[in-house]
Design a protein around this ligand. Structure first.
Ligand SMILES: Cc1cc2nc3c(=O)[nH]c(=O)nc-3n(C[C@H](O)[C@H](O)[C@H](O)COP(=O)(O)OP(=O)(O)OC[C@H]3O[C@@H](n4cnc5c(N)ncnc54)[C@H](O)[C@@H]3O)c2cc1C
Ligand code: SF4
Ligand code: SF4
Ligand code: SF4
Length: 367
């Protein structure tokens, strides 16, 4: 039976570990406690002596592809980019959410809608934990869900913190391992495509506490970024801004840096390869193909979110929220906006798959 040592050899050493945290979440949830994450989010054998060689961390790793067919069956996946029921361009009806949100605040609006209606006890989200740093968090109140909205840049901590290494990545899946202790039975999960994939793999195995994850929210993703001192300086130069003036970061067609002056500096994502996490170069999922619904800013006007519903559950939640928690962009104002947003998402999805294939081939030929 293959175990974590094989993951180190086959996935970590070649640089393919997406740091989704699935292996750690699983080992923790089963109370084996052999694995942990280091400061950069990389899983490691913390207590090798606790490993019973159950092999489950190996099975659930997205890079071993052992559970691909089970996961596809579980969510009714269809080519080329997962099941698509509807596409909406939407936003929250709450001014408070809109003010905080990354795009149209639909993720937060739907989480609160589910919470207020008693469908969830909480949500696994990420919250700001420093200047430009987020950490995974189990939010169990309205205030906590609200506090997780957006993608802000809090420079109030002062520039002294700039000597640290920052990452836009937040290992939310690991929180699943600790959910049992929180005694939550119905929890929504928000994460990047690789994290959604890890959640679905845990669910495909039908193991506790993954059945408590009742709604899976996926975020579009071109990649996560790691900033050291050098990368930050380089980014300032490319974008023509100073970090002290930054209030918000967003990623759509471009990496968008929002400044205090209300100006937005746009940097093509291709120019950011130098700070992209290594594994992201080999990732083929742009639109969170295994989620109940997927969310991104791509294709939507500023302040709106593109929403793709993928499962009957996702569709039911969205339909129920429209007209109360969420409003949809007026069809009269732009009858083709949602269709165009979907076409753009399909284009970016194809592009990401092609790039991943090219990079994997190049890796094989140079190995
Ligand atoms: C690293 C990253 C890259 C992205 N890349 C793209 C892209 O290329 N194209 C695109 O169209 N959209 C991208 N998105 C999605 C986009 O930024 C918005 O999250 C999405 O449009 C939803 O916006 P909203 O206003 O509805 O969400 P909000 O209501 O603001 O809620 C955002 C939710 O995202 C969660 N979150 C924030 N940061 C992270 C993180 N690092 N990891 C996991 N969860 C997080 C928060 O906990 C919150 O629940 C990316 C998001 C992230 C985090
Ligand atoms: S106990 Fe199982 S899940 Fe944990 S490290 Fe060992 S093989 Fe992996
Ligand atoms: S399960 Fe995720 S974090 Fe663990 S080795 Fe595989 S890709 Fe890396
Ligand atoms: S590109 Fe996004 S989904 Fe893919 S491995 Fe990187 S963070 Fe995960």
């Amino acid at each position: 039976m293959k175990n974590f040592s094989d993951l180190i050899e086959e996935v970590q050493n070649p640089g393919l570990c997406q740091r989704c945290g699935g292996c750690v979440a699983f080992c923790t949830a089963l109370n084996y406690g052999g694995l942990s994450l280091d400061e950069e989010g990389k899983p490691y054998f913390k207590y090798p002596e606790k490993c019973i060689e159950c092999g489950l961390c190996y099975s659930i790793c997205p890079e071993t592809h052992e559970l691909d067919d089970d996961v596809k069956k579980l969510v009714g996946w269809e080519p080329p980019m997962g099941r698509v029921l509807d596409t909406f361009v939407a936003r929250s009806t709450s001014p408070a959410i809109l003010q905080r949100a990354t795009d149209g605040g639909v993720v937060t609006a739907l989480l609160l809608h589910l919470f207020d209606k008693g469908h969830i006890d909480g949500a696994i989200v990420t919250k700001e934990s420093g200047l430009f740093q987020r950490k995974p968090w189990v939010a169990s109140s309205r205030e906590e869900i609200m506090a997780a909205a957006g993608f802000h840049f809090d420079s109030s901590h002062g520039l002294a913190l700039f000597s640290e290494l920052y990452s836009t990545y937040s290992p939310t899946v690991v929180k699943v391992g600790y959910m049992g202790a929180k005694r939550m039975d119905r929890v929504a999960f928000v994460g990047s495509p690789c994290q959604v994939s890890a959640i679905r793999r845990i669910q495909a195995l039908g193991m506790e506490p993954s059945n408590a994850i009742t709604f899976v929210f996926g975020l579009f993703c071109t990649g996560n970024f790691i900033f050291g001192d050098e990368e930050r300086r380089r980014l300032e130069k490319i974008g023509g801004f100073q970090w002290a003036d930054v209030v918000k970061i967003n990623v759509k067609e471009e990496f968008m840096v929002h400044l205090r002056t209300n100006e937005v500096r746009r940097i093509p994502t291709e120019q950011l390869a130098f700070m992209k996490r290594h594994a992201c170069h080999f990732c083929s999922d742009y639109s969170a193909e295994y989620a109940d619904f997927s969310f991104g800013g791509l294709g939507s006007p500023e302040g709106w979110t593109t929403v793709i519903t993928r499962t009957p559950l996702g569709r039911a939640v969205m339909t129920d929220a429209i007209g109360s928690a969420v409003e949809v962009y007026s069809h009269k104002l732009d009858p083709t906006l949602a269709t165009d947003a979907f076409a753009k998402t399909r284009e970016w999805s194809d592009r990401k798959k092609q790039a991943a294939e090219t990079n994997r081939l190049a890796r094989k030929t140079t190995a």
